[in-house]
Design a protein. Structure first.
Length: 284
């Protein structure tokens, strides 16, 4: 077993080294050709978790894990293979989770370091949002047959220090959703937008309850982004009640979903409102 893990580590290290060189290449390109403060911050924040993703997930990890798994199956049979799967998945979750938590803790304290350009602090703020997706993508890539559901559209945070950065956060969130949507074993729940403590929409505080038209207009960019990235066959609407009751009524929420889904075909609507959940949870 230790020999198998050693083989995975060697190939992962060599492939990861190539990713580090790619990071150096991209950094040099930015230094030579220049970029706006926001674009530079976005690129830096985007590169960091993707570097670890390629090291621990679909790049080096997959390249090393698949042949090693086949060898283990041939030598030690199903029992040995399951032991290897258990050990690799456990360590992968521990390593990626620890990296994400450490990075989030460090980048969240970036304002304690004075004297840097504004784009440096923006990059640090965006990195806090990006790193949690590292563990999900790593597991999805390493075990492509395991179905995973991403809840509440992945949580496009728009409160606290991100309250006045909705556009920047949306652009970053959309990029990550498109990345995750490339994995055919990952599904997404379309909902959770009625939580002001996460999404930052304050329509529940207005004098009158928000209509389904108002909800649909505010939520459509997020819901459509998810559906385009995952496809109707891997996207399912969710009510998230009673949590979302603080913003709108149950009927207005579902009517808003119906309005957003109007451009889709009947088969696509059936998938998002019924069939995708039926398939994912094996309710048939």
């Amino acid at each position: 077993m230790s020999k198998s893990l050693k083989s995975i580590g060697v190939i992962s290290f060599l492939t990861g080294l190539s990713r580090v060189l790619a990071l150096v290449r991209d950094s040099l390109a930015l230094a030579i050709f220049g970029a706006s403060a926001l674009m530079s911050a976005f690129t830096t924040a985007f590169i960091l978790p993707n570097l670890f993703r390629r090291l621990l997930a679909e790049g080096s990890m997959t390249a090393a894990f698949v042949p090693t798994l086949q060898e283990e199956l041939h030598v030690n049979g199903r029992e040995g293979t399951f032991r290897l799967l258990s050990k690799v998945s456990s360590w992968l979750l521990v390593v990626t989770g620890a990296l994400a938590l450490l990075a989030m803790a460090l980048f969240s304290q970036s304002r304690l370091l004075s004297g840097h350009e504004a784009k440096w602090y923006i990059a640090a703020d965006l990195a806090v949002l990006l790193f949690p997706y590292l563990a999900l993508v790593s597991l999805a890539a390493a075990f492509p047959e395991t179905k995973i559901v991403l809840n509440h559209i992945g949580g496009a945070l728009a409160v606290g220090p991100y309250a006045d950065k909705r556009k920047e956060v949306f652009d970053e969130w959309r990029t990550q959703i498109q990345k995750i949507g490339q994995f055919p074993n990952v599904y997404i729940k379309l909902g959770g937008l009625g939580m002001p403590s996460l999404m930052g929409f304050e329509m529940g505080r207005q004098d009158s309850a928000p209509s389904s038209e108002q909800l649909a207009k505010a939520w459509a960019p997020y819901l459509n982004t998810c559906t385009e990235a995952f496809g109707p066959d891997r996207a399912m609407f969710e009510s998230n009640f009673p949590v979302d009751k603080g913003m709108c009524s149950y009927s207005n929420l579902w009517n808003a979903f119906k309005r957003v889904s109007e451009p889709y075909s009947n088969d696509e609507k059936n998938a998002m409102f019924h069939n995708t959940a039926l398939k994912f949870y094996r309710l048939y």
